[in-house]
Design a protein around this ligand. Sequence first.
Ligand code: ATP
Length: 899
Amino acid sequence: MLTAETGGICIPWAEDQSQVLEKLHAVKETGLTSPEAARRLEIAGPNSIESIKRRGLLRILLNQFVSPFVLLLAIAAGLSFFFEEWLDGIAIVAVILINAVIGFFMEFQAERSMETLKKLTMVPVRALRDNRLTAIPSEQVVPGDIIFVEAGDMIAADARLFQAAQLQTDESALTGESLPVGKTTVALPRDIPLAERSNMLYKGTFVSKGNGYAVVVCTGMKTELGAIARLVQQAGQVATPLEKKLQVFSRKLIWVTVALAVSIFIAGLVNGQKLVEMLETSIALVVAAVPEGLPIVATLALAFGMLRMARHNIIVKKLSSVETLGGTNVICTDKTGTLTQNKITASFIQIGNSSSAIDLDPGSSSVRWLGDSSIADTPACRHIYRIAALCNTASYQHDSVPEKESGDPLEVGLLKLVYCAGITQETYNTQFPKVDEIPFSSDTKVMATLHRNGQEFYIAAKGAVEALLFRCTTVLEADTIIPLTEERKKQWLMSAEKQAQSGLRVLAFAFRVSKEKETDFLHRLTLAGLIGFIDPPRPEVPAAIEECKSAGIKVVMITGDHPATARNIAMQLGLANESDAVIHGSAMKPFDQLTNEDKELWLHAPVFARVSPEHKLNLVKLFQERKMIVGMTGDGVNDAPALKKADIGIAMGQRGTQVAQDVADMVLKDDAFSSIVVAIKQGRVIFDNIRKFVIFLLSCNLSELLLIAAASILNLHFRLFPLQILFINLVTDVLPALALGLTEAAPHIMQRRPYSSGTPVIDRKRWSAIFTYSVVIAGSSIGAVFVSHVLLHNQEKFNFELCNNILFYTLILSQILHVFNMSFERGLPFYRTAVFRNKYVWYAVGSCILITTLSYWVVPMRKVLQVSIYSWEDWSVVVFFPILSLVIIQVLKKIRWVI
Ligand code: ATP
């Protein structure tokens, strides 16, 4: 049954549209009132598919305890309790809890960042509310809402159509059928299968062509998509390639460490150490040496990166895209709106043999003719104005403050021209009511509408010059319609080309009067004239293109516009020069027919013009064939395949259709090219930061491992206690690693080449650096013990406790200071690097030093860590050696021994 409040189990396809509207208490002309919509929302609930996979807080918390590390620690705690080492046992339990809380906090943060981003990507729905077509969040759609959909829109709820113009939808998400489904408004048999219900729109599918109005019958989980939601739900958040790499890496490390721990355990026993002590040392060693927090710190760094980008109007939808961005080496960008301002203004008109530049002044609502002003009074010009107003789906409200405009900026530009010419769109619409429409598509590059004009019909058409000319047979010159001979066509094409060369985007306008209502009306047209539009380049783009060049990123313009316009704009932006080839879409062969020469030509051309969406796809294929990482922009429905295929599909937030935004990996809220460059830069920063903390964690852990191994194997008389190892691990691992993850861009980050796709996080060069760092840290810690023991105290009797304490504090401080070694910017002293200037690093260092100091002054902590009070000379040693280790590593970096 269909109910006004909740929708419910519906059979609206079998009923007449008026019956459906009546049952839902919906009025198709005015829509619902806001209070009524609010009431229905209260009853039906939000229009969303409940996510089964969303993890609760408890799940995240419990997750912290399911790991081999916790198990190892638990065994250690159990053993301590068994041997009545109460303090140790309690301390290990405390460590487990502290680790869990930190892990919980980090995972929770990462999840929250994802949620915030999801909200940012929600798509609006155009619904008729209070007699006005307004954009509302898709969650607020209720049964009975009248919605308007057009090509590129995602359908937000199940709805029954009552008006459709050439409407086709892609229902593959629901039915698996990839061919577009034509839509009608007539009632259908009751038992017709879902795939054939051509008068229905279904949530989750999208409009591939045309437009239409429909009344919402079901929302949220009551929709067809909701019913199969459990099947189509994606299996949770998949780990990104980088996270996977780190997971595999950590797992390998566990085994290496376990093997080492076992050797150390055996060596200790052989050297006569106590069994329990050695057991605890080995377990603590495993826990200390393995960077268990690595994958989650990486996730957090990626998630924070996403949030940081969101602040720059860049919505990155998948964590994995953040890493891919860092390696992007080709950006294929469209022109209109991304490289240009998308403020499209008519600046030139040509009819018959006359033409003139024009200047619009919406303030005084006038057109200033800078050339032949007599054009204004010609029949051809009047036709152009009429076509501009009628063959138009945009809206422009000049009388509201501020002015309101919506729809395609080119069409808004036309409405402004019409307004300045002193006629309103409403006047035309009343005089010539629209009967049918062939919507604009970037494949055909034309648009046409059919209007009633008394007993006759008026066909208004506009489009790319060569595409429309080929549908014209006559031309209106002076007061007469004359045949459009091949010769004349050539002349028109040449004048269009001339305008395009000066950077104008040129559109042709044509019409026809017909005695009867035709279904296929785009032919035998009469050409009225041309309009040239200016769309100035965005001022910030040349600098962004320069930045790409120095960063080794190739920028390619792919546009539907005329080659001459494209070249002119590309030259203004520094993207191409006079000698560069502009490849025309018509010269682009299918992918499998490309010769090697064609491929080389494509690979080196900076501009592709008059391209269709299929060409875009082929270009992506070619770049990927050459192992390049491709970022591709797109806005239309047909761009979806290319956006999907590209490594980074980039959709435009303002101009892009919902489908493009849905399939893209990244959405630019401000449509600006420079945002892509910002995103790539952020991607590089994040990858660098992940590398930094991986190197930091590994070198710290390896230094502990070396110390303990040396103590056991060489049977030194001093060594670290298990609890001390755990303490060092807790203090030095988490905060500095997190802080490193938030480091800003290094100054030269956009002056080096992109990473190749297979770049490992830790390559051979970095492994050798990790090893060197850890040797220096371990060496300076042993050096401190030596100096204190031999030079300061000069004792015959070995003071085990003092040696242990000096080792413990020197190691902690060395590791804390080691964070400043984590800048890899060549030629900069370390105090001028991004790490040194990262305030979070300072907070982390400050907090770590504070916690370390507390361990000395707070008596219970001191007891647990077995620390005693000692003299300022000893303290000087403890401070001197970490600084020495920092200096040694800096010198090694300076002489390029390590990175
Ligand atoms: P880009 O791909 O850089 O965004 P574009 O906007 O020119 O460039 P399309 O939108 O595919 O690409 O347009 C291709 C051509 O179709 C335009 O150059 C223009 O001649 C014509 N055109 C664009 N918009 C319309 C429209 N609304 N109605 C009729 N013709 C149009």
